[in-house]
Design a protein around this ligand. Sequence first.
Ligand code: GCU
Length: 729
Amino acid sequence: MHKIFIKLLATLLLSLAAATPACAVDEDGYDLWLRYRPLERAAQARLQPQARTLVLAGKPSPTTQAALKELQRGLQGMLGSAPAVSATIQDGSLVLATPAMLPELATASSPLRAELTALGSEGYLLRKTRLQGHHVTLIAANSDIGLLYGAFAWLRAAVIGAQPEAASAPKLQLRLLNHWDNLDRTVERGYAGASIWDWWALPDITDRRYVDYARANASLGINGTVLNNVNSKPEVLTAAFIAKAAAVADVLRPYGIKVYLSARFSTPLELKETDTADPLSPAVQAWWRNKADEIYRAIPDFGGFLVKANSEGQPGPQDYHRTHADGANMLAAAVVPHKGIVMWRAFVYAHGDDKGTDRAKQAYDEFTPLDGKFAANVMVQVKNGAIDFQPREPFHPLFGGMPKTPLLMEFQITKEYLGFSTDLAYLGTMFEETLHSDTKRAPQGLTVAQVIEGKALPEAARQAGLTGMAGVANIGSDRNWTGHHFDQANWYAFGRLAWDPQASARAIAVEWAAQTFSADARVTAPVVDIMMMSRETVVDYMTPLGLHHMMGTGHHHGPAPWVDNLERPDWNPVYYHRAARDGIGFDRTASGTNALAQYAPEIARQYADPRTTPTQLLLWFHHLPWDYAMPSGRTLWAELLHRYDTGVRGARELQSRWMALRPMIDERRHDEVAQRLRRQVANAELWRNACIAYFQSINGLPLPPGVTPPPKPLDYYKAIQVPYAPGRG
Ligand code: GCU
């Protein structure tokens, strides 16, 4: 009896051990994807011989020190002990070297020479090779920062169990986070607590978190950060705040991350140091030059300014009847002696242009006449779509529409319109959709990714190499950084795509899931499945078939398709969906606003006809009758209902798939995600019910058989208020 009991117990324990990957200890998410948990024995046995000692082939710098420290931390975690740092190369050394440190890498006979040259100043090479007669693993690069990136890449491969043989260089020069963080530590559209920048404590007190922030970003290759909100305040450019920004810059510098600031165009005027902010005024120009000099004295590698001008009430050059180019070039002249840049945002829609035109057209109309008129150190920063970070938008027509101007992609990592940090939505697929879009621009059709890689630019501008991608950060003071554990994946995916805009969202999801939860395929595969279906699910329950901007006023959470009373027409959801007795959707063809004409002729032709418009963008471009026959065989009305139901089913599916993972994930993180998924199901149901109730009140049509009526009358949904929703800044 006793023996049988012991046998049973042993079998139970064994099966539990088999079902439970090594990550079952509770975690709070602080470590992000840099967890370095113990590897399985076989993986340890494979890794150990590759890193018996760590060798830095030259003099240490803060950056290479960070690389060595990270390798030690990672190996300590994965193997249980960290290798010693040694000065001599032996069999089994993990060697970090640049050609300057180890000239033999650069000799004519070195097989690595050509490969290294091709990797530029930030790329890296991971290679098992022979050095000075010894079998080693080599992390090689042309610079210290390349070595740090290489160290992170080597660790990533070790965690995932991938072959650590790779050569990689970033395709974009600027890989930036944009913090919409205010100086009082509130965060506009932030859903993960307060700002991580403790401006009050700075510059004397620097949070340890800044180092972990830098590590996480460097692990992805992010090399710049704009510390403050695009809706900027003049005070950020005063001496006190420059000193605070300089203290942050000092912490981030070893990790290759430059600091930038958002500048308010009227700063000198508001600080009462000039009597105008006119960009053509010599006094204003001198003020900015002196200000730039002052900043560079404190932060010698300051990146430059990000500017939101003449948009949503922000001041700008148009206040003085000057153009965006006049404004940008004035600032560009101030920073150019220091090699700084200006990132001038194209997200403009002016007060006054509310005569029933199309907000989607404004940026293109204002900026394309300025193509070729910007100084060489100006980039125009363009949101992925022409409205505003909706769950789905067609790519912005400015991509491919300004061939002489370097364009910086702006994605929103924080989920202002996709359920904050309560709903699960992996944005890698959304970013990928935009980046892979074919602009159909000459000569042979360029994807958006190729446009931002500078492939369409004239030779001189291409040589200057101003290329980049910016992501509006979702980082805050929450212990797990991003509020939702899965929102870490959006930071991660942004960084990886900024390194390589042509990378695959699925491959990135696999990497992230393996590092964040477990490399065990029984965990990685279902987590990736959840991620890959999540964004489409959100689109289905919020804004299917190309609908957009139907979120609650101001906070942008929850459905409000009925809103029609806001000051500007283009702030109202009814402006965007145009639902009426006769049909639904925004006619952007020639019979409507003709926004379509802003795209390449091939796209304009294809999308002019609803039958050749992708279904997912149908109501973005067309106003169609409710009984329009969809390719599915349903009427448009039935299709819309079907999509809402698909969205709700999808949300439940996300939940049930996650619940099935319970034995494989640590309890704390599992529960924190599970609670949010419960809320997401309720949010999906709310969207479905409120939108169906509203659209039915407009079209008066019955629900087809099998479609459940909304449980409450429309007035119930209209009365829902969400006071004190986060993210208002
Ligand atoms: C959106 C967002 C604002 C933000 C603006 C911008 O409209 O709701 O909070 O300031 O975008 O990108 O400038």
